[in-house]
Design a protein around this ligand. Structure first.
Ligand code: UD1
Length: 432
């Protein structure tokens, strides 16, 4: 497919309502878990994303049938035919690691390579592998291929050294079909963990305590398919609210779960936005100036989400005053900052801290997304900036947002998706 970019004409206030898409970070582990379920699993509100297509291909490679139509994925499992995830798919997205627990649980084996995905600094999988060892897996590595085998998975007491979301999800899936009871301490408490536990329980698992630091899983041996609706995407919801806050106006997201976004929403309020929250609708109004927020620190849930870091920094880059942002989870999550500087932002990075000094205005520029949330951040800055921005690296944004351009247009920010070649032709006026 030809490389594409977004041409965003900024500077207008935003107005409108956006229905929130299904959560990528929940749909992916749910799809992986579906391979453990005999018969048919139907997932609704699955976002149409490249990562979802990658997960579908991995499922098919393992012998499942996976059909997606609009926002529904139907996965049929009548016996697996493989246990290896191709290196190309592993490199394409970090979430391919989510197949580890389900494959070990149902095929007694999983062969994989180091996962790729957004380059946010080193993203090891040691916690995933250690946890699988605790459940009885033997793990060997040869030439970059990691082979995990377990004739029988046995429940165990596992304490994670840090509350990794992915490692928690792999423990939940593998332990669901293990023999005996697993107690997972220092588990991640993200809402996506609760969504996975709810789904697995509907498939016959016996998981309790999800959403808290200690989760107990009573192994049940086998799981069956079910029909389930993926939770709404709290990160996408925050992205649209940040765009409204940055550009000004009134943006409403519907179908969200505001209780799962409290820390993020409190930052919007601290920045001077007015929020009205009712029945899953979050309405943000920003008429006055946006103010810097003294100090924000990313933390595991219920702290401020690392995935909201870039959108919020972009939003505050034209606020009045200074914001100090500390990123505690990932080392290289400020790659977008260099691009924001091209748009006139004043941001200094020192290690994991970014100091954002608000400028009176941003201006459009030719910029590139380096990762998913950094790309969304550039889109937010472009909506607030005067003039036109060409946003390249659209592939990153398509991994996590169903229709970024469509949402921006619906809010009144003129955004066009163009092949890279015709965009540069238009800009230079060169037709040769
Ligand atoms: C998930 C989300 C991602 C989000 C992140 C933190 C998905 C698909 N992705 O990623 O969007 O930014 O949670 O909320 O759900 N770590 C290790 N060893 C491991 C695993 C993790 O050291 O084996 C470290 C990581 O480098 C990072 C921290 O633990 O510093 C948290 O990572 P983790 O919670 O595992 O994030 P992901 O599950 O990869």
């Amino acid at each position: 497919m030809a490389e594409e970019l977004l041409r965003i004409r900024g500077g207008s206030t935003l107005h409108g309502e956006v229905p929130v898409q299904g959560a990528k970070n929940s749909a992916l582990p749910l799809m992986a878990a579906a391979l453990m379920c005999s018969g048919e699993t139907v997932l609704h509100r699955v976002p149409r994303l490249t990562d979802i297509r990658t997960a579908g291909r991995i499922l098919e490679g393992l012998g499942c049938a996976c059909r997606t139509e609009e926002n529904t994925a139907v996965i049929r499992q009548h016996g697996l035919s493989g246990s290896e995830i191709p290196d190309a798919e592993m490199r394409r997205m970090r979430s391919s690691i989510m197949f580890l627990g389900p494959l070990l649980g149902s095929a007694q084996e999983c062969i994989l390579t180091m996962p790729g995905g957004c380059e946010l600094g080193p993203r090891p999988i040691d916690l995933h592998l250690d946890a699988m060892r605790r459940l009885g897996a033997e793990i060997s590595e040869q030439g970059g291929r990691i082979c995990c085998r377990a004739k029988r998975l046995r429940g165990a007491r596992i304490t994670l050294p840090l509350p990794s979301v992915g490692a928690t999800e792999n423990v939940l899936t593998a332990a669901a079909v293990a023999e005996g009871e697993t107690v997972l301490c220092n588990a991640a408490r993200e809402p996506e963990i609760c969504d996975l536990a709810r789904f697995l329980n509907q498939c016959g698992a016996r998981i309790s305590g999800a959403g808290g630091g200690t989760v107990t899983v009573a192994g049940v041996g086998t799981l069956h398919g079910t029909e389930y609706t993926v939770m709404p995407d709290r990160i996408a919801a925050m992205t649209w609210l940040c765009a409204g806050a940055a550009a000004g106006g009134c943006v409403c997201v519907s179908g969200a779960v505001p209780q799962e976004m409290e820390t993020a929403l409190s930052v919007l309020e601290a920045a001077g936005c007015r929020l009205r929250i009712r029945d899953g609708r979050i309405e943000l109004r920003r008429t006055g100036v946006l103010r810097g927020v003294r100090y924000i620190r990313t933390m595991p849930y219920p702290g401020f989400p690392t995935d909201d870091q870039a959108p919020v920094c972009a939003m505050l880059s034209a606020a009045r005053g200074t914001t100090v942002m500390e990123e505690t989870l990932f080392e290289s999550r400020y790659k977008y900052v260099g691009e924001l500087l091209r748009m006139g932002a004043d941001i200094r990075i020192s290690g994991r801290t970014a100091v954002i000094t608000g400028v009176p205005a941003l201006h459009g520029a030719d910029v590139s997304a380096m990762d998913l949330r950094g790309g969304a951040a550039l889109g937010i800055a472009a909506a607030a900036a005067s003039g036109e921005t060409l946003l390249r690296g659209l592939g990153h944004i398509d991994r996590g947002y169903e229709d970024f351009a469509g949402v921006f247009n619906s809010l009144g920010c003129e955004t066009v998706r163009l092949p890279v070649f015709s965009a540069s032709t238009e800009k230079t006026g060169c037709t040769a």
